[in-house]
Every structure is written in structure tokens, then in C-alpha cells.
Design a protein around this ligand. Structure first.
Ligand SMILES: NC(=O)c1ccc[n+]([C@@H]2O[C@H](COP(=O)([O-])OP(=O)(O)OC[C@H]3O[C@@H](n4cnc5c(N)ncnc54)[C@H](O)[C@@H]3O)[C@@H](O)[C@H]2O)c1
Ligand SMILES: O=C(O)C(=O)C[C@@H](O)[C@H](O)[C@H](O)COP(=O)(O)O
Ligand SMILES: [Zn+2]
Length: 363
């Protein structure tokens, strides 16, 4: 088992990464000092429950905890205020209180939703993340961003609230659809571009093994991704500055997700398209070379991710970016590469430049 620490003073926690870790769930809870008799509410989605509900059930049956599993429909549409009402009602019925525990067991949708319930129910109940998609294992389970969507924008209603533990079992990735593997890989590419050129090169050199879910290679990829995210979050937990770099590709990506209707694009697909836009913007602003643009496009293509936008209007996308959470004093802040491995926050990108870039991607 590999361990990555997230260093946040009294909110610090560990990310445990290994094959088969679900089997030791009971011990992981005991290691966290969760007392016998504690009520545990597990929030998951239908697909994950069908695949792994009985295993979780069995592992918790072996313990002295009192637990209940709540299953929500799978997909982005469950990340909604309507769904929070259902979950608050369930929490009340179960008698959940501040000495209880919530477990987010699923992909990023479940992590963000269950994390938001944990942050807000009784103003805060401890929670742990058991991420089951690649995307959730490399990104959403770490760092404490929790949220639900609003028609006006992605993750518009949320809170920063850190988990007590992130438990990553690599074996659950074996049942993931290829589309969801690809979606997670978009966030992995992001780390290479924003932080670590060597990692970017490793991804390019090992793209076949990664796509084929070689667990040894994937373990390295997940560990490095978690290290990078932990390092950034430890320096700027509440996104006062540096943390915004984790939003590379997301300004356009989130606009696409909201405009197309939540769930139409996978999050990682939209981010991949947004990274193409951001790199192209950087090229137009003389920040990167043609070779760097091509290197990113090649990796995105090798991972089978989309690069073009279907069925949306250019003016709609541009006006949606004005509602981005990174807007300050009316200016959209883009995260743009200086080179592969380093980005900066750039404001004042002219509409004409953005229009030129997006026009090339529209189909
Ligand atoms: N909080 C953050 O920092 C952060 C970071 C990145 C993304 N996100 C959010 O994460 C969400 C996307 O997460 P996602 O891509 O994991 O989507 P998801 O949670 O919808 O999961 C994708 C699909 O995979 C299925 N699934 C999950 N685990 C599985 C498994 N082991 N085997 C088979 N199927 C499985 C799910 O049922 C679902 O159908 C978006 O809402 C995005 O905004 C948040
Ligand atoms: O953890 C972060 O910070 C990120 O930006 C990670 C992103 O991959 C993630 O999609 C996040 O949910 C986006 O946050 P938002 O603040 O733009 O909603
Ligand atoms: Zn993301």
C-alpha cells in the first residue's frame, strides 16, 4: 500500500492507495478511531451499489458499526439540490448526528454530493472518501471541494470540507467503462501540463499500458496525481491563488457541461476540450510553442478524448465563461500554460482571440 499525505494542520489526512483495500475497510475505520456503535451513512449510486454494495455490506457487517446504505441514481444529474433534500431526509430518519460518519462510495458525483451533505448536515459531520472511478481517485476525492450543480453553472453551490481519509482500491477500476477511464485521464493530463513535465512524458511513453489498465502503471499515475493535488491544496486550501491552476481546461469545460445539459459530456471529456482551447489561447498569446501545442493534442488523442465541440453556439459558450467562479472584477481568469509543466493565471483575454480559438473547435 502507498500513502500520500494531505498536509492541512488539524484537517490533515491520508490517502491510502492499493489493490484490494476495500477488504480492510473495517480496520481502516478502526484506525481512524471510529468508535463501536457509530452510525455510518454510506452514499453511493446504483451502478456502484450493484457492483460493490454486497462487499461493503459484508465488510461493515463484520464490524460493530450501525450502518445504512443510500443509493442514488447514477450520473451528473444526481449532483443537484433536489437530491440533497432526499439525502438530508435520509440522514434525519437514520438519526445521524455529529458523532456519526458519512462515507462517499462512488465516483466524483457521489464524492461531491456526499461531501456537500457532510459539510452542511448539522454544519458538519466527519466523512471519508472511497473513490471508485479513475477521475475520483486522481482528483475529486482529494482536496475538499464539495458541491452540487445549478442550472447557471457547475458546482455553484458548495463548500470546502476535507475528508478524514481517502481510501483508493485500485481493483475497482477493472469494472469501469472505457469512457470513464478516458474521462479520468483528462485530469491526469492536466497535472502533467500544470506541474510536472516529466510526468507528462511518462504518460506519453506509457499511454498504451495506461489505457489497458495495467495496474502497476496506474498505481504510479494515481499516486503522482494525488501527490501533485495534495501539494497544491496544502499551499492554498481555499483557492485564494495557486489552487486555481487545478482549474486548467475547466473554464471552457464547465461552460460546455452546463450548456450541453449536465451528463451529456463526461466531466473529463469537457476538460479535455477545454485544455485544447487553453493551450491554443496560450499559443496565440505567444506563451507556448507549436510543438507544445501538438504534444498536448497528441496525448489527448492517444487517450481517445474529444477535442471538438458539437451542437453548441460560440456566443453561448463565451457568455457562459463570464459566469465562471474565477471571474474577478468582471474579468475571466484563464489558466494558461507557459510551457508543458507550468501554467499562469491570465486575465484580459480578448473576446476576438477566444472567438478565433473556439471557432476552430466547433462542429
Ligand atoms: N471535487 C473535486 O475536486 C472534483 C474534481 C474533479 C471532478 N469533480 C466532479 O466529479 C464528477 C465526475 O466524476 P466521475 O467522472 O467519477 O463521474 P461519476 O461519479 O458519474 O461516475 C461515472 C460513472 O461510473 C460509474 N462507476 C463508478 N465507479 C465504478 C466502478 N468501479 N465500476 C464501474 N462503474 C463505476 C458510475 O456509476 C457512473 O455511471 C463531476 O461532477 C465533476 O464536476 C470534482
Ligand atoms: O480541486 C480543485 O481545485 C479543482 O479545480 C479540481 C477540478 O478538477 C474539479 O473539477 C473541481 O470540481 C472544479 O472546481 P470549481 O471550483 O471550478 O467548481
Ligand atoms: Zn475537474
Amino acid at each position: 500500500m502507498e500513502l500520500v499525505g494531505v498536509d492541512l494542520e488539524e484537517r490533515s489526512y491520508e490517502i491510502k492507495i492499493g489493490a484490494g483495500l476495500l477488504a480492510n475497510l473495517g480496520q481502516s475505520l478502526i484506525d481512524l478511531d471510529i468508535k463501536a456503535g457509530t452510525k455510518i451513512l454510506i452514499i453511493t449510486d446504483k451502478r456502484v451499489n450493484d457492483l460493490y454494495g454486497s462487499e461493503i455490506n459484508q465488510r461493515l457487517e463484520e464490524t460493530d458499526f450501525e450502518f445504512k446504505i443510500i443509493v442514488v441514481p447514477e450520473g451528473e444529474k444526481s449532483k443537484s439540490l433536489n437530491m440533497t433534500k432526499v439525502l438530508y431526509d435520509e440522514a434525519v430518519d437514520f438519526g445521524l448526528d455529529r458523532s456519526s460518519l458519512i462515507i462517499a462510495f462512488g465516483g466524483g458525483v457521489i464524492g461531491d454530493l456526499a461531501g456537500f451533505i457532510a459539510a452542511t448536515y448539522m454544519r458538519g459531520v466527519p466523512f471519508i472518501q472511497i473513490p471508485t472511478t479513475l477521475l475520483a481517485q486522481v482528483d475529486s476525492s482529494v482536496g475538499g471541494k464539495t458541491a452540487v450543480n445549478h442550472e447557471a453553472g457547475k458546482n455553484l453551490i458548495g463548500a470546502f470540507y476535507q475528508p478524514e481519509l481517502v481510501l483508493i482500491d485500485l481493483e475497482v477500476l477493472n469494472t469501469l467503462d472505457q469512457r470513464d477511464v478516458r474521462s479520468g485521464l483528462a485530469e491526469v493530463i492536466k497535472y502533467g501540463v500544470i506541474w510536472d513535465k516529466e510526468f507528462f512524458n511518462y504518460l506519453q511513453a506509457n499511454h498504451k499500458e495506461i489505457k489497458e489498465l495495467d495496474l502497476d502503471v496506474l498505481a504510479k499515475v494515481i499516486q503522482r496525481s494525488c501527490q501533485i493535488k495534495a501539494e497544491v491544496v496544502a499551499k492554498d486550501e481555499k483557492e485564494l491563488g495557486l489552487r486555481a491552476i487545478l482549474n486548467y481546461g475547466h473554464t471552457i469545460g464547465h461552460a460546455i457541461e452546463a450548456l450541453a445539459g449536465y451528463g451529456e459530456y463526461r466531466h473529463g471529456e469537457a476538460v479535455a476540450i477545454g485544455m485544447i482551447s487553453a493551450m491554443e489561447l496560450a499559443y496565440k498569446l505567444d506563451m507556448v510553442t507549436k510543438e507544445e501545442v501538438e504534444a498536448q493534442t497528441e496525448l489527448i488523442n492517444n487517450f481517445g478524448l474529444p477535442t471538438t465541440i458539437n451542437k453548441l453556439r460560440l456566443d453561448q459558450i463565451i457568455s457562459k465563461t463570464k459566469q465562471d467562479k474565477k471571474v474577478k472584477d468582471g474579468e475571466v481568469n484563464f489558466i494558461l500554460p507557459n510551457s508543458i509543466g507550468e501554467v499562469e493565471i491570465v486575465s484580459g483575454v480578448k473576446n476576438e482571440v477566444l472567438t478565433e480559438v473556439l471557432a476552430k473547435q466547433l462542429r
